[in-house]
Design a protein around this ligand. Structure first.
Ligand code: NAP
Length: 270
């Protein structure tokens, strides 16, 4: 399978590029020579970022789009193709989470989260598939989460969307490998971004609060693994032992996770 060795003349779509990991991905990819199409809903943020990338000598364009809207995704994908004539790389990074007990989580938001986090990935992969097949090459990076490997309390709907992405992404990677299309899955653990509001931090276990990674380092390491052709990218790598422990000793891990005291969390029995 071809490797992503250089980005000159390559067109990359990054969803969720208006903040956090997606914005940093757009910056680092543009700095490596890629032409980057930035996708998210907040137009002002996208325009700001495109200006910053262009001022630094990079190539970028803004494409406002709600990834939960299939028609919008198809329209934006066609617009990118028309603008640049090709799509080499798709990074499905857009998503959101909610720290809330399952009993308190409104069904409407659970539906919206699945529609955004999971169906957004489905729509974008479907949209770029034919152009990538036509070129005989392509690279896709889908963002799951460590919460898509080991379930966490207080995030049930989010975990479900991230497990769904992991299953989809792994399965599609087997289908597309013979077509020279690499499908990798990223499993970030704790990266300091706007996802972690004060409200969210107040509900997290104290021991997690010191474990945050800088977004620049995270993106650098993730791109390094993606470019090497890694299919499963778990960063920081030290968390791989938790994944192995869960596979080998699921009951023990379950007992450990159940015993974690969540600060600010109401009594689950109430
Ligand atoms: N940070 C972490 O520790 C961590 C850990 C595990 C997984 N992740 C995953 O990494 C990805 C990026 O997260 P982040 O930490 O960078 O969070 P973030 O700073 O909140 O960024 C989320 C991005 O997703 C976009 N987005 C949300 N809903 C969207 C929609 N309906 N349509 C289009 N774009 C949408 C947002 O843009 P607009 O609001 O402008 O649309 C924003 O650009 C997410 O999938 C997240 O689940 C992060």
């Amino acid at each position: 399978m071809a490797k992503l060795e250089n980005y000159q003349d390559r067109v990359v779509i990054v969803t969720g590029a208006s903040s956090g990991i997606g914005r940093e991905l757009a910056r680092q990819l543009a700095a490596r020579g890629a032409t980057v199409a930035l996708v998210a809903r907040r137009t002002d943020r996208l325009d700001e970022e495109v200006s910053a990338i262009r001022s630094a000598g990079g190539k970028a364009s803004a494409h406002p789009c709600d990834v939960s809207d299939r028609t919008a995704v198809n329209r934006v994908c066609q617009a990118v193709l028309k603008l640049y004539g090709r799509i080499d790389v798709l990074v499905n990074n857009a998503g959101y989470g909610r720290h809330v007990l399952f009993k308190d989580h409104e069904v409407e938001d659970i539906e919206r989260m699945m529609q955004t986090n999971y169906m957004g990935v489905v729509y974008w992969m479907k949209a770029v598939l034919q152009p990538m097949r036509d070129r005989g090459e392509g690279f896709i990076l889908n963002f799951s989460s460590f919460a898509g490997v080991v379930s966490q309390p207080d995030e049930s709907a989010y975990c479900a969307t991230k497990f769904a992405i992991a299953g989809l992404s792994e399965s599609v990677s087997y289908e597309l490998r013979p077509l020279n299309i690499q499908v990798s899955t990223a499993y970030p653990v704790l990266v300091k971004t706007e996802l972690f509001t004060n409200e969210v931090m107040a509900r997290m276990p104290k021991e997690s609060l010191n474990g945050f990674m800088d977004v620049g380092d995270f993106v650098k390491q993730t791109l390094h693994e993606f470019e090497k052709g890694q299919i499963n990218i778990l960063i920081p790598k030290r968390y791989a032992w938790v994944q192995k422990l869960k596979a080998l000793f699921p009951t023990m891990m379950g007992n450990k996770i159940s015993a974690v005291k969540l600060e600010g969390l109401p009594d689950v029995t109430s």
